[in-house]
Design a protein around this ligand. Structure first.
Ligand code: CDP
Ligand code: MG
Length: 894
């Protein structure tokens, strides 16, 4: 759920077939039809407004007389062969009642907004309406974007099934995979995929209609797409190749789209779909919310299952790990094991699952010179079997809960005591996880009816809030939290944080219980807490750094980003920060010196993209890391740079070992493991040049050693590595290699998980590459002779922070204290700590990072260049002046 919509380098590769004029639909349009007619705005192949027959404004939809007219322009109706059961199910959906209204609005307006409760049928039905009305004739495609991969896959499958069409016709494309063919007529994709397509074909000629679904989620890519499409629709109209745009939202809050003059000069019509929603009784917790909301969810589900009448349960948690933990506990409490169910296959052992489905990542022949493998005796170190500690604790808690039993207060609500069938406490619970990164076939299970004699319980992340409607849910258990990326302005570092949801989200979640009959929602927080929630979640674009978006937009030749019609614009500070970082990385052209004044920059923000920037824009990683990849095409550095970037992108490679221990025994185990991890880090960091690459060398060494060991769970466990992180790195390495090969086929990289360690000179290049990418994260050691204040002992100074920062104790450079370092991130605990630290040679700075230096003499023209043959920088005669020392403000350093 964290990575949805991230842009992908592997979007559609097929070229758009040049769309013919719309009026040529079905090849039956009379040749004499004046082409100008198609530009009239109302042009559409919809029966209610046949082309070439200027319809009266009030012309009814398909009427007998319209059909009886000689076929100047036939009414188009593409028949769909649905099964009678499917048709019957469809007819129950509220949106079916609005088909005419929607289709007329689409015919008459280039842009239409459709609002309707989740489950009213927007996503599954509107593409079918459009298909039947001929919007995919002439080999064009009906495109539907989703902010989440799960939804793109699930919805394409559902619509194919409803329409009785093959996945070759109703297809999907997401970041890693897709099944689009020449025959595709309806294409579901993530919003990131469509954004990439715009880079290849700005007019999106292969589409006659685009649906931006889940617009209420306000994902950054959705926002940007709406901004871009508002312009593309105009451009297409000018070329007489009209493009229809539908924006679909689950909430009525669409003012950001309708009331935004810059976005749409004419506010588009909003069609509201009334939906049948059964009443949902909301039960708040009386007590103040617990820290352990997972445990509270468990207790609540147990109570519902034991005491309340039949009906599916949907639990909202915040992340994949929590979802799995709760599923495990519930399965143990209400086991299914007695009868293994079809569609619930025996889980594969993790190690096996890991390698599967990764083209290019099968095992490769071992090479001669492996990474340093652990040489430490395991005799006096007891290795914890996987997850044992946790499960023990959980088992204990389970027992405790069994004992507590009916003491737990469960508000049964109004119809709780209506004499409904008393559930047999021993009936099995059919527990299914649901989150974005779950394999599609496992996701699809939630739409199947649960096996006879069981109750469905879906444990989901936010993905079940609006994107997917699970049939048969009567009870919702809402932990009230959501995991969100948090961006810290000072350190520029983003992290995932669990926060309270908004009131709108909580209500959406509750609504899931009332789809098929009256339901109940159990909120694991008090109503007072709910009152304090924000009304609506703020759009993502206002909460995160935008340098990646700005780079993508510049790659689309949108130079004056500030003029872009964002539905909600990011702050001007965020735009300036992004533009300055991109200039420093060389992705944008710096404005001429005469214009360098801040003032001018502020007012313009219109630097064009460079060749380097275009290359960087094709990599699906943040610009700092993209810069590293773009610089690595020398001296065989690419595989290493790819690995380092993948490992830095996947956060927290190492297990958390600083957690408090429950017992002396556990403490001893933890200590043992900490010592071992520290030792392994030193081994992986190596000596000399390699140690100077610091923590990034540790990442490289850890991945190298892990892959050499076959990336086994045992290896990870024994060395304190997170197995899941290692798997994710593997997948990302594959993806980045594909992206690099696409930019630079001559590199001919292939993914060999078992790398040789880099040579000493390669390590030096890698250090320079890292310096160039992380340049704005440069820190300078405060010299001891300057010390006036104890708090600066062993401290570093960074350009932006006034406070001292320190190398984190977990860093292999903690005791080395190099003069200059670059860091991946700063975390603030007791002090400001730098993590992911790597050493920088001072003479590299004016060459690799001139924009972070002030020079006391003007720079030579042309600026000094790095000389790879000599391995070092050509020394530069100008003396660069770094930022002032904290303790001696008048002194210039160096
Ligand atoms: O997009 P919106 O939330 O308005 O509704 P939808 O996703 O089109 O879902 C319409 C109906 O189809 C819901 O009642 C779902 O339960 C059902 N559906 C289903 O049964 N199986 C799927 N794979 C997807 C949807
Ligand atoms: Mg939907």
């Amino acid at each position: 759920e964290e990575e949805e919509g991230e842009s992908s380098a592997e979007s559609e590769l097929e070229e758009a077939p040049v769309a013919k004029r719309v009026e040529a639909t079905e090849g039956m349009a009379p040749a004499h039809l004046p082409p100008t007619l198609s530009g009239a705005g109302g042009q559409s192949p919809v029966p209610s407004n046949p082309a070439g027959t200027p319809a009266a404004p009030s012309a009814p939809p398909v009427t007998a007389s319209a059909l009886a007219r000689p076929p100047a322009k036939p009414a188009i109706f593409i028949p769909v062969n649905r099964s009678p059961e499917m048709q019957e199910e469809r007819l129950k959906l509220p949106i079916l009642a609005e088909e005419q209204v929607i289709m007329e609005a689409v015919a008459e307006h280039p842009i239409v907004i459709v609002c309707g409760e989740t489950g009213s049928g927007k996503t599954t039905q509107v593409p079918q309406f459009l298909y039947e009305a001929g919007y995919s004739s002439d080999n064009s495609i009906i495109g539907v974007t989703e902010p989440r991969r799960v939804a793109a896959v699930a919805m394409s499958q559902r619509v194919a099934k409803e329409m009785n069409l093959s996945p070759r016709v109703v297809s999907y494309q997401i970041r890693y995979e897709g099944n689009v063919t020449e025959e595709t007529r309806i294409k579901f994709m993530t919003d990131g995929v469509l954004l990439k397509e715009i880079q290849k074909d700005f007019l999106l000629l292969k589409y006659k209609v685009l649906i931006i679904d889940e617009a209420h989620e306000r994902s950054v890519y959705t926002d940007i797409l709406i901004g871009l499409l508002s312009r593309i629709v105009c451009l297409r109209a000018k070329r007489h190749l009209p493009l229809k745009l539908l924006i679909m939202s689950a909430t009525l809050r669409v003012e950001d789209f309708t009331q935004n003059q810059r976005l749409f000069a004419q506010p588009p019509p909003v069609i509201k779909v009334e939906s049948r929603q059964f009443p949902v009784t909301v039960h708040f917790n009386k007590r103040t919310p617990l820290e352990d909301y997972s445990g509270e969810c468990f207790r609540k589900v147990c109570k519902i299952h034991r005491m309340l009448p039949a009906g599916g349960i949907l639990v909202f948690l915040t992340g994949q790990a929590e979802v799995h933990a709760l599923c495990r506990r519930l399965r143990r409490a209400f086991p299914l094991a007695r009868h293994r169910l079809p569609g619930n296959p025996k889980p594969k052992p993790l190690a096996q699952e890991a390698g599967g489905g990764q083209p290019g990542l099968q095992s490769f022949p071992q090479k001669s010179r492996p990474f340093t493998l652990p040489q430490i005796s395991l005799d006096n170190y007891s290795v914890l079997p996987v997850g044992e500690g946790d499960e023990d604790r959980e088992a204990e808690m389970d027992e405790e809960e069994e004992a507590l039993g009916s003491d737990l207060d469960l508000d049964l609500g109004d119809d709780g005591a209506d004499g409904g069938e008393q559930p047999d406490a021993s009936i099995p619970l059919h527990v299914l996880p649901l989150y974005s990164l779950l394999a599609p076939e496992k996701q699809a299970q939630v739409f199947q009816p649960p096996p006879e004699g069981t109750r469905l319980c879906v444990v989901a992340t936010n993905v079940a809030e609006t994107s997917l409607t699970i049939p048969g849910i009567k009870y919702v258990v809402d932990c009230g939290k959501v995991k969100k990326r948090h961006y810290d302005r000072v350190t520029g570092v983003s992290s995932f944080r669990v926060t309270w949801v908004s009131q709108a989200s909580a209500d959406q979640r509750a609504g899931r219980a009332g789809r098929t009959e009256p339901g109940h929602c159990y909120r694991l927080y008090s109503s007072a807490v709910f009152e304090d929630f924000e009304k609506f979640p703020p759009p993502e674009i206002t909460r995160r750094p935008v340098e990646d978006l700005i780079l993508q937009m510049k790659a689309l030749n949108i130079e004056k980003v500030i003029n872009f019609p964002f539905p909600t614009p990011p702050s001007i500070e965020a735009l300036i920060a992004a533009e300055e970082l991109l200039i420093a990385l060389g992705a944008l052209q710096a404005p001429p010196k005469t214009e360098r004044m801040k003032q001018l920059q502020r007012s313009r923000l219109s630097c064009p993209i460079t060749v380097l920037g275009r290359t960087m824009a094709t990599f699906p990683v943040a610009p700092r890391y993209a810069k590293m990849l773009a610089l690595s095409r020398q001296h065989g550095c690419l595989p290493y740079a790819i690995t380092i970037v993948a490992a830095m992108t996947v956060r927290e490679l190492f297990e958390e070992l600083d957690r408090p221990a429950a017992s002396d025994e556990e403490l001893a185990k933890l200590k043992g493991k900490r010592a071992r991890v520290a030792q392994m880090k030193r081994i992986w960091a190596g000596q000399g040049a390699s140690l100077k690459l610091g923590d990034l060398m540790v990442l490289l060494g850890a991945v190298g050693a892990c892959e050499y060991s076959g990336c086994s769970l045992q290896f990870c466990e024994a060395n304190g590595l997170r197995y899941k992180a290692m798997m994710e790195i593997r997948r990302l390495r594959g993806q980045l290699t594909t992206a690099v090969n696409a930019v630079c086929p001559e590199a001919g990289l292939f993914v060999d998980p078992k790398m040789q360690p880099p040579s000493e000179s390669q390590v030096t290049y890698l250090r320079q590459i890292v310096t160039a990418g992380l340049g704005d994260h440069l820190a300078r050691r405060v010299q001891s002779e300057d010390l006036l204040d104890e708090k600066w002992k062993n401290a570093y100074k960074t350009p932006l922070l006034d406070e001292p920062v320190f190398i984190h104790p977990s860093s292999v450079l903690f005791k080395e204290l190099p003069d200059f370092v670059v860091y991946q991130e700063i975390v603030e605990t007791t002090k400001m700590y730098m993590k992911g630290v790597s050493t920088v040679e001072v003479q590299w700075i004016p060459v690799l990072l001139p924009s972070y230096c002030q020079f006391d003499k003007p720079l030579e023209e042309p600026p000094p260049t790095y000389c790879p043959e000599k391995g070092r920088v050509q020394c530069h005669q100008a003396i660069c002046v770094f930022w002032a020392d904290p303790c001696a403000p008048d002194r210039v350093g160096w």
